[in-house]
Ligand binder design. Structure first.
Ligand code: NAD
Length: 317
């Protein structure tokens, strides 16, 4: 199969690298000029659990011409519409498109560009970081769940899961992936956004009862809105998942802290707490914590006059 990675930052490089170790062909697509130049000149450098350097084709999305069998979307959420616009030329009638971005509501965007029967939605707990242009740092083991958006086209989802498993990406076809997507968004929307705003590690967030109360209130808003949308969510199970994650990653500054505080990059808040607030408004459900957190993150982005810069080594959650 010809596989394009649309958005070849940290995660795109992980998936592109691992798939390139199979007999499938991989082309990286990206818009970051220094990253493209580094990979063209010196190959993609991998450090961490594996030390390697591989020669992989990389180009701007608008430069790709060959029709894709599979496109894996790995932009940041706010870059997604432009990416989909830019790759129109490589999307054929049979091209499958898998979305593994964090956050909520991406399927509504993708539907504007891709027929539903070719869309696959998923979520991953793999992590990755960039040390600089052309240099991905890969540590730890992960997994991913995916599902065909069109229930009549499960076969496509199974085929893609099989391809990803050839690349040792631990993919599972999931008959109900939406709760997993919401659960991960809930982790990102509680711990990540609060650690970014409070400039603290996950462990520090939980040193006070007040921190715990805010986390629980955010989880409650996510679950209330998700359930109202028909997503099967269990508040107790999600709370346990968030707490377990917080213990495992106590010393970690999560990805939104890395983006906002450390690297002054725009955050994905609109697709986490912001999405819950927007959906809540439409459903007539109050989500005061998600609304305030979204407004505060945007205020901080404005104060920092954010333009975007380098991802860091430590992965996302
Ligand atoms: P990333 O920031 O590494 O890359 C996203 C895009 O930003 C790429 O096109 C990349 O080239 C570009 N970019 C990165 N640094 C840049 C710079 N200094 N200048 C210009 N452009 C730059 O994003 P990611 O971590 O790969 O995340 C992609 C998606 O996957 C997001 O939705 C994220 O939430 C999700 N995710 C990330 C991880 C993780 O561990 N990184 C884990 C699970 C899910």
């Amino acid at each position: 199969m010809l596989v394009y990675i649309a958005g070849s930052g940290a995660m795109g490089c992980r998936f592109g690298y691992q798939i390139s170790q199979t007999n499938h062909e991989v082309i990286l697509l990206d818009n970051w000029a220094e990253h493209i130049a580094a990979i063209k000149d010196k190959g993609l450098t991998i450090t961490g659990d594996v030390e390697d350097n591989v020669s992989l084709p990389i180009m701007k999305p608008t430069e790709a011409t060959r029709e894709a069998d599979l496109i894996i979307l790995f932009t940041k959420a706010m870059q997604l519409p432009q990416m989909l616009q830019d790759i129109k030329g490589i999307i054929g009638q049979e091209t499958k498109v898998l979305c593994l971005l964090n956050g909520l509501g991406h399927e509504d965007v993708i539907r504007h560009y891709i027929p539903v029967h070719n869309i696959l939605m998923g979520v991953t707990v793999w992590t990755a970081g960039l040390k600089g242009p052309g240099h991905a740092h890969l540590q730890g083991v992960g997994a991913l769940n995916l599902q065909s958006l069109d229930p009549a086209n499960q076969e496509a989802g199974h085929q893609v899961a099989e391809l990803l498993n050839q690349a040792k990406l631990n993919a599972t076809y999931d008959d109900n992936v939406l709760p997993h997507i919401w659960r991960k968004a809930c982790v990102n929307g509680s711990m990540n956004s609060l650690c970014a705003l409070l400039d603290c590690t996950i462990g520090e967030l939980f040193t006070s009862q007040d921190g715990l109360k805010i986390v629980n209130s955010i989880i409650h808003e996510f679950v209330t809105v998700g359930k109202a949308e028909g997503v099967e969510l269990n508040e107790e199970e999600i709370t346990t998942y968030v707490m377990d994650t917080s213990v495992k990653a106590a010393h970690h500054y999560p990805s939104m802290h890395q983006d906002l505080v450390q690297n002054h990059r725009k955050t994905e808040i609109d697709f986490l707490n912001g999405a819950v607030n927007t959906k809540g408004q439409k459903l007539g459900i109050e989500t005061p914590y998600c609304r305030l957190i979204t407004e505060m993150v945007h205020t901080k982005e404005k104060i920092l006059n954010i333009n975007g810069s380098l991802s860091t080594v430590v992965g996302d959650l």
